[in-house]
Design a protein around this ligand. Structure first.
Ligand code: GLN
Length: 391
């Protein structure tokens, strides 16, 4: 019998995406499951952005764009970075358009990491980083941020994770799943570590505009970091187009040359008409980006108040659109709670253990709720949550 590779064997399918499939499986016409598992918005993209995509298809933008991204789109991304952060990027040599941030991360790791190199990953982590490490040959070294400490960064723990084989560090701020927004002081600790040990930072900045207090600071904009950061981002979250699969990586020219080659042979390029629409999206007025935080804050507060009310104490996020809650009052562990919630109540969430490495128990009391949903969807979820009071 043919068998799959040891690489493919060594990780399991995405729990987040599995939950979406389970949601469909347990849905009936009378009671569709409310999916607060996978973090995709269920509301439309901005009208101008949709129109731009339709227009590009009507105008026959059908063929490959330049493999590292259509010039108009790269220029628009560079313009947005300059407007928002005063971050000057050369779109000719420092930018690669990818098929979503997912490809941006794996292409960056494959371009920079040699098999056996170690990469520091903060835990809890977005589940893709584990398989990303396997596929790129990296050995992950986990630094746990403790829920009880408000996920504060412990500089000593971080330093202790670095060995002579460490080549890089993955930083996701605002963070999925914790909602942590790394402070400038914490980012400076990471910067100093990267400079001291000659590390490359792989930053997943996809929730950059979704913050409820202090603004997001891209690690690449700290002095000394532009030359050693692969900054990964996408249209997905900011413009509510997760299915378009359009993202990008900003990296110094020498690393970009490697990332562009890997990207070319992985996927050739992202969808050309959607890149044309991406140029319009990145050029939207400041009010659009500023409005995102307020839009999500209403949803965060609605969900977190309800979680508190039913006895699932949430860790209220400072950014991104997820809330972790303690389910230990209602089930022996996160998997049992998640299963019961989806089958009995018709509500899908993600078990906390999928954000920790295998064998670590710290996620087993937690579940993750995504609140990037229309208010009626969230209200339905809150209504269904009331059932756990009787468990
Ligand atoms: N980032 C989103 C989440 O954490 C979606 C993940 C995905 O399915 N690509 O839910």
């Amino acid at each position: 019998m043919p068998r799959i590779s040891r690489k493919a064997e060594s990780f399991s399918e995405s729990v987040i995406r599995e939950m979406t499939r389970l949601a469909a499986l347990h849905s009936t016409p009378e009671r569709p499951v409310v999916n607060l598992a996978q973090g995709f918005p269920d509301f439309p993209a901005p009208a101008e952005v949709k129109e731009a995509a339709v227009r590009a298809i009507r105008d026959d933008v059908n063929q490959y764009a330049i493999t590292w991204g259509a010039k108009g789109f790269r220029d628009a991304i560079a313009g947005k970075l300059d407007r928002h952060y005063g971050w000057r990027v050369d779109p000719e040599t420092e930018l690669t358009v990818t098929c979503g941030a997912t490809e941006g991360m794996i292409a960056s790791l494959m371009a920079v990491i040699d098999p056996g190199d170690e990469v520091v990953v903060f835990e809890p982590f977005y589940e893709n980083y584990g398989p990303d490490a396997v596929l790129s040959g990296a050995v992950p070294s986990y630094v746990t941020l403790e829920p009880g400490d408000g996920f504060a960064l412990d500089p000593e723990r971080l330093e202790a994770a670095v060995t002579p084989r460490t080549r890089g560090i993955v930083v996701n701020s605002p963070n999925n799943p914790t909602g942590k927004v790394f402070t400038r002081a914490e980012l400076e600790v990471i910067r100093d570590l990267c400079v001291r040990h000659d590390l490359v930072a792989f930053t997943d900045d996809i929730y950059e505009h979704i913050t409820y207090g202090a603004a997001h600071v891209p690690l690449a904009t700290l002095e000394g970091m532009a030359e050693r950061t692969c900054a990964i981002n996408a249209l997905s979250k900011t413009f509510s187009v997760t299915g378009w699969r359009v993202g990008w990586v900003v990296a110094p020219a020498a690393l970009t040359a490697g990332i562009r080659k890997v990207h070319d042979f992985l996927t050739v390029g992202a969808a050309a008409p959607l890149q044309a629409a991406g140029a319009v999206a990145c050029g939207l007025g400041d009010d659009y980006f500023a409005g995102l935080a307020a839009f999500y804050q209403v949803r965060r507060d609605l969900l977190c108040d309800a979680l508190e009310g039913v006895g699932l104490p949430p860790i209220v996020p400072d950014g991104a659109y997820y809330a972790m809650a303690d389910c230990s009052a209602f089930a022996p562990d996160d998997l049992a709670f998640t299963k019961r919630l989806i089958t009995e109540v018709g509500l899908a969430v993600v078990p906390g253990s999928s954000f920790f490495h295998a064998g670590d128990q710290r996620g087993s009391q937690l579940v993750r709720f995504a609140f990037c949903k229309q208010l009626p969807t969230l209200e339905r979820a809150v209504e269904r949550l009331q059932a756990v009071r009787t468990w």
